[in-house]
Design a protein around this ligand. Structure first.
Ligand code: NAD
Length: 478
């Protein structure tokens, strides 16, 4: 018996969770349920994270968590429980299968069966933001090698386990050469270890357009956090309904499974909601814990039920649907179909699913790191870059010179364009002259000179090379 943590959540949560548990238990799932309370009631009782310390203990002890959607109260500094759970438990991989069920669920894309594997912990979601000047705010985009290796390996291992043929990577590395560039580079490295699986890379903008237009050309897709967040909702929606998709959040120790939709408060308590999304989450959970035979039985019964035209209101369509049912009746119909297979939709077989091989990240040998310069960011209200250059050149010394000024990344000095619009946030790049080396003392000297000359320095970024390769971008137009 495998103990799992269950949270029934808010809105339609309790109804769809009851239906889901009824189905998987009827199918013979070998699980013992330990229930915890999370969400609205906990938030409104004054806990801004929506979960108590005791509930954390239960989740960490059981390691497997099936969660219904919860309502995050508006305002009041309440933190999203989903984001907190993913980060605290290190759930680095978010897996969302998006499959159309043509002709039983109306969709513009009858042939669509993709899985989006989204990095779940890094990127712009680190939440490190600062206002730096009157006009400019920054959000740090953090991409790490361990983060990339773990998610890309997960995508290939998942593809191998599910007998899928291709893994596609989406990034914007034509613009973000360092951060998205690392993701792409790691993808190319790891892809070589899986010669039996086809691999390809697309720039995210055209890739996303292609996915929305011709999803049948894709199979497994892997991408950084923000792109995955957006694209997985689009993918779910174009299969016909967000109410049909489930998602898995997988970490090295723990895993959380859920529906992708929210708590739909307006539909709550009326026996209307479609339990399919959460049921899909539960099927991924059963596969994850090795209950593959039960997972297969439930998935085939669910496909058969949809094929029989037994539909909840959200997917009910006159003509294709046969019977409009409520949450409870839908669950009963799935249970009645346990042991049956769909006739037209493709029946699934999970019997050969073996555990994914996900080795722990091994730290690499440190590179030879050399300081090559510094970017000194300045808050300045003027508009003429030449004027700023004259001010900033006051802090130069013989070995260290101002080499470039950019505004929002675009080179404005030397030889800028007068048409370039400038904000009050300037990056002044200092580099050593020929034959000289930069040290951290030089940076300290530059900062003291800023102070003496009334230059409003707001931050610095050190420019390093790693094993001789520059670890920083050039200015646009440089
Ligand atoms: P929602 O997903 O709850 O609802 C969007 C629309 O889809 C609504 O019209 C709803 O009726 C319909 N819908 C959703 N699930 C359905 C189902 N299973 N069956 C039938 N119809 C369904 O999104 P929302 O209205 O933006 O958010 C409502 C609340 O849910 C908010 O408090 C939000 O914070 C929360 N939320 C929670 C999660 C989560 O816990 N994972 C995710 C998203 C939103």
């Amino acid at each position: 018996m495998i103990k799992i943590t269950v949270a029934k959540g808010d809105g339609i949560g309790p109804e769809i969770m009851d239906a889901t548990l009824e189905i998987i238990l009827a199918a013979g799932a070998n699980v013992e349920i330990e229930e915890i309370e999370v969400g609205e009631k906990v938030y409104l009782a004054g806990n801004t994270s929506g979960i108590s310390a005791e509930s954390w203990d239960v989740i960490r002890r059981n390691k497997i968590f099936l969660k219904a959607p919860i309502t995050t109260p508006q305002g009041g500094g309440y933190k999203s429980l989903n984001v907190t759970t993913r980060k605290f438990l290190g759930l680095y991989s978010n897996v969302r299968p998006c499959m159309s069920l043509h002709p039983f669920v109306r969709t513009k894309h009858p042939v669509m069966d993709i899985v989006i594997v989204r990095e779940n912990e890094e990127d712009l979601y680190a939440g490190i933001e600062h206002q730096q000047t009157d006009e400019v705010v920054q959000c740090l985009k953090l991409i790490s090698r361990p983060g990339c290796e773990k998610i890309v390996r997960y995508a290939f291992e998942y593809a191998k386990q599910q007998n899928r043929k291709k893994v596609t990577c989406f990034t914007k590395d034509n613009i973000m050469k360092q951060s998205d560039g690392l993701f792409h580079k790691v993808f190319d490295e790891i892809a070589k270890e899986y010669p039996e699986i086809e691999n390809e890379h697309w720039i995210i903008d055209i890739g996303a357009a292609k996915m929305a237009d011709t999803p049948e050309v894709f199979d497994v897709l892997v991408m950084p956090n923000l792109y995955g967040d957006i694209l997985s909702d689009i993918a779910a929606q174009i299969t016909g309904s967000v109410g049909l998709a489930g998602s898995a959040n997988i970490g090295e120790e723990c895993a959380m499974f859920e529906a992708i939709h929210g708590s739909a408060p307006r539909r709550a308590g009326q026996n209307l909601a479609n339990p399919s999304g959460l049921l899909q989450g539960a099927i991924m959970m059963l596969n994850h814990i090795g209950e593959t035979a039960v997972a297969e039985k439930v998935q085939n019964a669910w496909l058969k039920t949809l094929e029989d035209g037994i539909h909840t209101y959200d997917i009910y369509k006159e003509g294709t649907s046969k019977q409009k049912v409520g949450t409870k009746e839908f669950a009963k119909a799935v249970i009645a179909n346990l042991g049956s297979k769909p006739n037209q939709l493709k029946a699934v077989s999970y019997a050969k699913n073996t555990a994914l091989k996900l080795p722990k990240y091994k730290k690499k040998q440190a590179a030879v790191k050399e300081l090559e310069g510094v970017d000194l960011f300045v808050h300045w209200n003027g508009t003429e870059a030449n004027e700023l250059a004259q001010i900033v050149q006051k802090i130069e010394f013989d070995q260290i010179k101002l080499t470039m000024i950019t505004n929002r990344g675009i080179k404005v000095w030397p030889e800028g364009f007068k048409e370039t619009f400038c904000t009050d946030h300037w990056r002044c790049r200092f580099k050593p002259t020929m034959g000289n080396k930069m040290t951290k003392n030089h940076i300290i000297d530059l900062l003291s000179r800023c102070l003496e000359n009334n230059i409003d320095n707001i931050k610095t970024e050190n420019l390093y090379s790693f094993d001789g390769n520059p670890g920083y971008s050039l200015g646009q137009g440089q």
